[in-house]
Design a protein around this ligand. Structure first.
Ligand code: DP6
Length: 347
C-alpha cells in the first residue's frame, strides 16, 4: 500500500458543567461521569500531511504555533501506541503535523480537548482512505480522542456531551462520550464569556492533578456528589430550569477547586481576582436578576454562561466592573469539528 495526502480539521474546546477530575485504574477511565457544553469559537486547527507506505519506518514531526514541539511529538507517539490497535497503518506512516489554536494559551480554555480531538479527526479521515470506508463512527472517534485526553472525548460531539457511566442515562459509557439529547430550548444557545484573569501557564498539569485524586480524602464523597449534580443538571435540562443549572454549574466549579486544594501539596489555582469576580457576579445577579452562572476549569479564569438574549446586559455588567481582567473572550454553544481540507492520491 502507498498513499499520500493532506487533511485538515478544526475542532472546538468544551467547558465542563459537571467536571471530570480523577481517574480509575486502566486507560483513561474517569472516576465519575462528566457533562460539557461544546464551544463554537475557541478552536484548534490541525493539518496532517501524510505518506503511508508498507514497510517504511514511522515518523512524526509536529509544528505547534510556528515552532517544532518535541514534547507534543512524544505525547502523540505515546497515544499512537494505544490507538494503533484501531489504526495499524500508523506503524508505517510518515506524518507532518501543523497545529494552532485561535485562543490564547492558558486562558482557561481546554486546549488538549480541542487539540487531541482535531488530531483524532484527521487520523480517522486518513483511515477512511486507507481502508476505503465511508463510515462516521462517532463512538470510535470519541473513544480515540479519550485515549489522548479525557476531555477531548466530549469535543467531537455537541452541543452537550456526556462521558462516563451514569445510571440515569442508559447510553452512557466510560469508553466514549455521547450526545446528551434531552435539552430544553433555554439551554440550546448559551453564551460563554471567558473572563481572562491570569495568562501564566499552570504550575501543575491536569494529568498530574487527576492523579492527586487517588489519595484525596474526599474521593468517595466526590463520586457521590458528581453523580448527584449530574442528576440535578439533567433535571434542569428537562425542565428548562435556570436555577438548578446555575446551582450545579457553580457547585462543580467551586468543588473542583476545593478538591485541588485538599489534594496532597495543596494545589491552589485561584487568584485573588477570581474570587473578587465571583463575588461581583453574584452581587450583580442578585441586584439585577439576570440569569448567569460562572464556572472554571483547572485555572484562574472564569467562564460566564448566560442565555444569548442577555448578552448586552451581561456585557454592560462586566464592562462596568471595578475588578480588573486582561480580556473577555466571547464564545457560545457549538456543534463540534469541521473538515477543511481532504486530498489524497494512491500511488
Ligand atoms: C478540569 O482532559 O485535560 O478540564 O485526560 O489527563 O488529558 P487528561 O485530562 P484533561 O482534564 C480536564 C479536567 C477539567 C475538567 C473537565 O474538562 O471535565
Amino acid at each position: 500500500m502507498h498513499i499520500k495526502g493532506k487533511i485538515s480539521y478544526s475542532s472546538p474546546s468544551n467547558i465542563a458543567l459537571v467536571k471530570y477530575w480523577g481517574k480509575e485504574p486502566g486507560d483513561q477511565i474517569p472516576m465519575n461521569p462528566s457533562l460539557s457544553m461544546t464551544l463554537k469559537e475557541c478552536k484548534s486547527f490541525t493539518t496532517v500531511e501524510y505518506e503511508v507506505k508498507t514497510d517504511t519506518e514511522p515518523s512524526i514531526e509536529v509544528v505547534f504555533e510556528g515552532k517544532r514541539s518535541i514534547d507534543i511529538e512524544a505525547k502523540l507517539q505515546r497515544w499512537f501506541t494505544k490507538i494503533s490497535y484501531f489504526f495499524s497503518w500508523l506503524n508505517y506512516a510518515t506524518l507532518k503535523v501543523e497545529s494552532h489554536n485561535n485562543f490564547p494559551h492558558s486562558a482557561g480554555i481546554a486546549s488538549s480537548a480541542s487539540g487531541m480531538s482535531t488530531m483524532a479527526m484527521c487520523l480517522y479521515g486518513i483511515d477512511k482512505h486507507i481502508k476505503k470506508h465511508n463510515e462516521n463512527d462517532i463512538n470510535l472517534l470519541s473513544n480515540i480522542s479519550r485515549l489522548g485526553s479525557g476531555s477531548a472525548s466530549r469535543s467531537v460531539l455537541g452541543p452537550y456531551a456526556l462521558w462516563g457511566r451514569f445510571d440515569g442515562f442508559e447510553n452512557s459509557t466510560n469508553d466514549h462520550a455521547v450526545v446528551y439529547p434531552h435539552v430544553h430550548e433555554t439551554f440550546l444557545q448559551l453564551h460563554d464569556t471567558i473572563i481572562v484573569i491570569d495568562k501564566k501557564p499552570k504550575k501543575i498539569s491536569s494529568r498530574d492533578g487527576h492523579s492527586l485524586m487517588e489519595g484525596n480524602p474526599y474521593r468517595q464523597a466526590r463520586i457521590f456528589q458528581s453523580n448527584k449534580n449530574l442528576e440535578i443538571l439533567l433535571q434542569a435540562f428537562k425542565e428548562g430550569n435556570w436555577e438548578k443549572f446555575q446551582h450545579v454549574t457553580e457547585s462543580e466549579a467551586l468543588s473542583l477547586h476545593a478538591l485541588m486544594m485538599s489534594s496532597e501539596g495543596g494545589m491552589l489555582l485561584l487568584k485573588g481576582g477570581t474570587v473578587e469576580w465571583i463575588h461581583y457576579i453574584r452581587n450583580k445577579r442578585e441586584e439585577r436578576g439576570i440569569p448567569m452562572a460562572f464556572t472554571m476549569d483547572a485555572g484562574a479564569n472564569i467562564h460566564l454562561l448566560y442565555p444569548a438574549a442577555s448578552h448586552e446586559k451581561v456585557m454592560g455588567i462586566l464592562e462596568e466592573s471595578p475588578v480588573p481582567s486582561i480580556e473577555f473572550i466571547q464564545d457560545r454553544t457549538g456543534k463540534g469539528p469541521e473538515k477543511m481540507i481532504d486530498e489524497y492520491e494512491e500511488i
